[in-house]
Design a protein around this ligand. Structure first.
Ligand code: N01
Length: 537
């Protein structure tokens, strides 16, 4: 890959995951000079970093992939319903090679600052390798879940055993055989990793603060006939997912309320969907995420599944979520998660009742004084979601305005795409867009296409400067909040709300109106002469 970049380019792109790579391809198609900087030693973004055993996507592989080059879609053969991390990474590598993208990607390099030069009307982008590049446009393709976070546990630096974070997993195989392992965190990453660790470790302690709802994946190999059927109809399937679904995935949906059917019918429907596996379960009724009583019916069903699997009633009770609704935090999808707690070498530790007081030289001590001696501690403690990756960069816009200051009370961006005060700076799937609430590849393609439409318009009209109007931004932020407030998702303590980071503003970070409606909003904005944006030559 390229290790140097020209000093003056049209577009500086930050991040070489799904978003950055497609953005680079898009820019090339417009005849713009573009370059990508990537912190990792290879392309792939999320799928480069999250290499922990068991890591796989819980969106179906035939849908969680690019659609912008139909030939690539046809020639790539996914092997499983839910692809593993190595398979997704191999796919991204394949696309990058196929489109010859890597020559414009500089790896092992973090963008540390991006400063807007008011006089020149250009961005000055600095990296941790001492490079400084000038670009007319900057595009943050930094990912929504890329700022891995270890909570500030007292004594962490004194621990002498091995430590890992799921989001920065080593490239070599980690050997847990014969070891006493502790894992903190039972979100999507923990739920995938825990069964794998239990297979290998001498003993696994799972430190759980909040129990997770988890739906079985029922993963399976993809047979040729199924793939063939998909490929023959791919264009139409993709169109439907983009334009007619809330979350960018072809799920069976209904307009029915959970409360308008009998308890028996509901039970049958939940059983049917549980047997299909994956996220479909939450689409059983239209009101599961807006009506607490409806949600409770689905939550109750999911709780009963836990009790039916976990043999020790005390452990089952601890694993059962009671104080938030199903789907109000990001739901997990698992293979053998709950059954893992029946193993004699697995102990569930309730760190809600007795929080972690400190990490000692040799393990973990809880506030009730109990101690756990551990050879390795795995942090499955998540990410500083959506805002973390952009705020890790020292971004300074017009008249010295810092993005950290501007977003101090929560992110503000028009359509989740651009922020007033930061001309010519776009974010792909940024806060205020649907991003994490569905199939993120669908949202990435939509944003990259939209940015492409804006850049093409500017080229054609001889414009060099774009900024969203403050009034349009304020109205969008208000809209994002209003839509979120109608859902139950604002009621739970989750990373959707910034609640996993002490001190982070509690605002809902994504547009919850659906990818279908979001696309319509964006298309209407374009059709209306790029309503809400100011331009200059
Ligand atoms: O992170 P999380 P994740 N003491 O934030 C706990 C995507 N993803 O990496 O809930 C004790 O969800 C925390 O507890 P609590 C997906 O969008 C997708 O698992 O805050 N515990 C929680 O249990 C997902 O939602 C896939 O009380 C502490 C856990 O750590 C997102 O990434 C796979 C703690 C963090 O869970 C993030 O998932 C993996 C503390 N001080 C990830 N601090 C697939 O597609 C935190 N925790 C399958």
């Amino acid at each position: 890959m390229s290790d140097s970049a020209s000093r003056q380019i049209d577009v500086a792109i930050i991040g070489a995951g799904f978003a950055g790579l497609y953005m680079l391809h898009k820019c090339r198609g417009l005849g713009l000079s573009a370059h990508v900087w990537e912190a990792g030693s290879g392309v792939g973004g999320t799928w480069f970093w999250n290499r922990y055993p068991g890591a796989r996507c819980d969106a179906e592989s035939l849908q969680y992939s690019y659609s912008f080059v139909p030939e690539i879609e046809q020639e790539w053969r996914w092997t499983e319903r839910y692809a593993t991390q190595p398979e997704i990474l191999a796919y991204i590598e394949h696309v990058a090679d196929r489109l010859d993208l890597k020559r414009d990607v500089t790896c092992n390099t973090k963008v540390t600052a991006a400063r807007y030069d008011d006089a020149a009307g250009l961005w000055r982008v600095s990296t941790d390798k001492g490079e400084e590049v000038t670009a007319r446009f900057v595009i943050g393709a930094t990912g929504a879940l890329s700022a891995a976070r270890i909570p500030e546990f007292k004594g962490l630096e004194s621990y002498t055993g091995e430590t890992y974070h799921t989001g920065t997993w080593p490239h070599h195989k980690v050997d847990f055989a014969g070891k006493r392992v502790g894992i903190i965190g039972t979100g999507s990453s923990g739920v995938q990793l825990i069964p794998m660790l239990a297979e290998e470790a001498a003993h696994l302690h799972v430190f759980q603060r909040t129990p997770a709802y988890s739906i079985p994946a029922h993963n399976r190999p993809l047979d040729d006939a199924y793939v063939q059927r998909w490929n023959s109809n791919a264009a139409e399937f993709r169109r439907k997912a983009r334009e007619e679904t809330r979350n960018g995935m072809l799920y069976e949906t209904t307009t029915k309320s959970a409360l308008e059917v009998s308890a028996e019918e509901r039970q049958r429907e939940y059983e049917r969907r549980w047997a299909i596996g994956g996220g479909q379960f939450l689409y059983a009724y239209a009101d599961l995420l807006v009506n607490p009583a409806a949600n409770e019916t689905a939550a109750d069903f999911a709780r009963a599944q836990i009790r039916s699997i976990v043999t020790d009633p005390k452990v089952a009770a601890l694993l059962t979520p009671t104080d938030y609704g199903i789907g109000t935090k990001r739901p997990c999808v698992d293979t053998d998660y709950f059954a893992t707690f029946n193993r004699p070498n697995v102990t569930l530790v309730d760190v809600n009742a007795a929080p972690i007081a400190e990490i000692t030289e040799t393990g973990i001590r809880l506030e009730d004084g109990s101690t756990y001696e551990l050879d390795a501690i795995v942090f499955a403690t998540g990410f500083d979601a959506l805002t973390g990756p952009m705020l890790a960069i020292d971004v300074t816009g017009r008249s010295g305005l810092s993005l950290r200051e501007k977003w101090a009370e929560g992110p503000r961006a028009y359509l989740g795409l651009m922020s007033n005060g930061f001309p010519n700076l776009f974010t792909v799937t940024g806060p205020g867009s649907p991003s994490v609430l569905g199939n993120v590849v669908v949202s990435i393609e939509q944003h990259v296409d939209l940015i492409g439409t804006i850049l093409a318009h500017m080229q054609k009209a001889g414009l060099t400067w774009i900024e969203p109007e403050k009034a349009a931004e304020d109205a969008w932020v208000q809209r994002v909040n209003e839509i979120a407030a109608k859902t139950l998702m604002t009621k739970a303590k989750s990373w959707y709300m910034g609640a996993n980071i002490p001190g982070k503003p509690r605002v809902f970070l994504a547009y919850a109106g659906g990818v279908d409606n979001y696309r319509k909003e964006c298309d209407a904005m374009v059709a209306d002469g790029f309503r809400g944006f100011s331009f200059a030559a």
